[in-house]
Write a protein that binds this ligand. Sequence first.
Ligand code: NDP
Length: 391
Amino acid sequence: MNKVLIIGAGGVGGVVVHKCAQVPEVFNEIVLASRTLAKCAKIKSELSRPIEIAQVDADKTSEVVELIKRYQPTLLINTALPYQDLTIMDACLATGIDYLDTANYEPPDEARFCYKWQWDYQERFRERGIMALLGCGFDPGVTNIFCAYAQKMLFDEIQTIDILDANAGDHGHPFATNFNPEINIREVTAPGRYFENGNWVETKPLSIHQTFDFPAIGPKKAYLMYHEELESLAKNIKGLQRARFWMTFSDNYLKHLEVLGNVGMTRIDPVEFEGHQIVPLQFLKALLPEPSSLGPVTKGKTCIGCLIDGIKDGRPRKIFIYNVCDHQECYREVGSQAISYTTGVPAMIGAMLMLNGVWRGKGVFNVEELDPTPFMEKLMIHGLPWQVLEL
Ligand code: NDP
């Protein structure tokens, strides 16, 4: 009997719950817990099968341990924020259950995400005989699996990888982010970074861009950014010479971001305001639309994939392996826009493979360390079909 505990009832968590609920033969029982119980209740009311809900502050390991002891799940899916990754992993260690997340740990007071903190759990998870699967969303997540699949099936040697993330969706708001605003803005305003010939090259935030012609979307300007999958791909794809990550932004988004940055609203250090300490970016988050509220209003498509260069049978080969997702179709299916959808579906698939014993291991894993074939098959069935374009 499989019981899954999902923590975090936001945009992504909502999709994970909907998608797990569609596969009752794997996810026999579902528990959704989050900081705000009303958000769990809302998601529960959208479903046609019963789930249990609970309130938890996942910043406190003791509360998560208590929650796990109460519901006795087989696996925990973390769709709260990166800040909670370590407290939740500690709770999994204390209770001996498997863990899965979609974003790597980031300390609240420093906009610096890296895998080191979570990779440091390797020995403890191995000794406890449990598995942690890190970064099982779309990017990171499916993009890593595309690379692993390319390595296994399409290339003898991969030389360069460019991950391209395009969102041609329009939500009609002057400014909104399609996943958690605080995490999104911290990521976008950080310096760019890419991997080349064994070294990391740092660039000024959003200072390098290129226009790519995306399937189903057309030409779009994309900006070089640092993104967490680069760190694990540089480690796990042997012989890789260069890895970069590009994301599209509208001129309107960038204009707002520049003004907000100029006036100090994207700062993450506390400032004194009328006797209170407030973090400007957290205040800004409170003003912006919640990602989970964008579903009904977002139109258009996303296209995310990997442009991969290398050698096959002694000849150069270049491919683009990608998925196109339609915001309105996602909304019709699970009441969410495509960014939450493309993150939540892979989290459900990763959980399914772990629960079925197809992806098994003791310790801490990035998704590209596991066999990509069963995951690629499930993507086709569960709403994220992919294609390979020969270039
Ligand atoms: P949201 O802000 O919509 O949801 C986050 C949820 O976590 C909220 O319900 C929030 O509760 C809850 N939460 C926050 N802190 C705590 C806490 N201490 N205890 C319990 N619950 C808490 O974010 P998204 O759904 O957009 O993003 C979720 C995660 O997915 C993030 O880590 C994000 O980085 C990741 N992500 C990954 C992607 C990928 O492709 N790999 C793409 C997009 C997102 P409350 O509502 O009360 O604040």
